[in-house]
Design a binder for this molecule. Structure first.
Ligand code: HEM
Length: 366
């Protein structure tokens, strides 16, 4: 079909990582002003005025704060213009995390080197018997769990009197983080896929036709089929764009003082990425509220040549370690759904499909 298929990459299309909405901790601006007088002659990034005593507590909305941040970004021109500039090019300075108090209370703070955590994402793929059974080349057995493998390394080192670069608390925290970070995210994306396929029957039909053409009717989709399902991949990319699961990303924190575009970013600044604003930027995406997978196709192929969404899996040194696992899992499940079921509106009391407008809740986003 001539579609350009971009699988499993960082989802940052070259040259087009147009970054609009990097929101630098507007919440903390007043606090930083008090803490950092005289540390730099440069001004702090601008933001809305705070209230006496309460600061920005009532200024930042509780619901869908990312929409308000996007408005402020226009008003104050605080689009620090490039998440890639700060979080990727200067990534080492923005690789820290702020405190996640609840995690700490539950002793779930992972200190394992990212390499160990990244191995897990790979292990997870081959040790999941459901996924393994779909792809004949993937062994379904003989792969021990993440915790088991790290415990063995730890134990072996202890017995040999060798130092360990992580302890049991780290293993516990890392395992919990992976479970928390990997489960709901993949499940929520699947729910969104079902919703968008239901709302867009013509997209569903087109994707089903692609799967039927490539896979045939006598077997289920397998890993080898995925690179031959470019439209199915566009459906997934459009699902990411329509609804970034973390509209403001997961906050990073800066390690040292920095200056950017004439503004001072003090050490310890909490940096959010307004992924929602990037995905809804009308200068990049035509009619962004429309579910239109073809938008990524070149103009010559009936599309709009728009870039794949950037930032849904984060940025820089903290980018999601499970993104390849997530993308592979989602594509094989999506292809299997397309091959096996028609997704339609639930049946109403009169026995006919009853379309509805879903209600969205964005509470809890900083
Ligand atoms: C659709 C699925 C997923 C989405 C949208 C997603 C998104 C994200 C985002 C936005 C971050 C923060 C990145 C940053 O701070 O720059 C993150 C971090 C993380 N993700 Fe995912 N994720 C997904 C699936 C998974 C899976 C399947 C796993 C593991 C098996 C996983 C493990 C992690 C871990 C451990 C981190 C923390 C990395 C760090 O702090 O260094 N994620 N993810």
């Amino acid at each position: 079909m001539g579609y350009e298929l971009q699988l499993f990459g960082s989802s940052s299309p070259s040259g087009t990582v147009t970054i609009l909405g990097l929101t630098v901790a507007l919440l903390l601006t007043a606090y930083r002003m008090l803490r950092a007088p005289g540390r730099s002659k440069l001004p702090l990034p601008p933001g809305p005025p705070s209230e006496p005593i309460l600061g920005h507590y009532r200024v930042v909305p509780e619901d869908a704060a990312f929409k308000q941040y996007a408005e402020w970004a226009k008003e104050y021109s605080t689009a620090l213009s490039a998440a890639t500039e700060l979080l990727e090019k200067r990534g080492s300075n923005y690789a820290d995390r702020p405190r996640f108090v609840m995690f700490e209370e539950y002793t779930l703070v992972p200190c394992l080197p990212r390499k160990h955590m990244a191995d897990v994402a790979q292990d997870g793929l081959v040790s999941n018997p459901h996924l393994a059974s779909l792809g004949s080349q993937v062994p379904a057995t003989d792969v021990q769990s993440f915790v088991h493998t790290r415990m063995s390394i730890w134990h072996e080192n202890v017995q040999k009197g060798l130092p360990n670069d992580f302890d049991l608390e780290d293993i516990k925290g890392a395992a919990a983080t992976i479970a928390i970070a990997g489960n709901d995210t993949t499940a929520a994306t699947l729910m969104l896929l079902v919703l968008y396929l239901m709302q867009n029957p013509e997209v569903q039909r087109k994707a089903q036709q692609e799967v039927d053409r490539v896979v045939g009717k006598d077997r289920l989709p397998a890993w080898d089929d995925i690179p031959n399902l470019p439209y199915t991949n566009l459906v997934l990319q459009e699902t990411y764009r329509m609804n970034p699961l973390s509209p403001l990303g997961i906050p990073h924190a800066s390690v040292a003082d920095d200056a950017y575009n004439g503004m001072f970013i003090p050490k310890g600044t909490i940096v959010y990425q307004n992924v929602w604003a990037m995905c809804n930027d009308t200068s990049v995406y035509a009619d962004p509220s429309r579910f239109w997978p073809e938008r990524y196709l070149p103009v010559g192929q009936g599309g709009n040549g728009e870039p794949f969404p950037a930032g849904n899996f984060g940025f820089g040194r903290r980018i999601c370690i499970g993104r390849n696992l997530a993308e592979n899992s989602l594509l094989i499940v999506l292809a299997t759904m397309l091959a096996t079921v028609d997704i339609d509106w639930p049946v109403g009391e009169d026995g006919r499909p009853a379309p509805f407008e879903p209600e969205w809740s964005f509470r809890g986003q900083a």
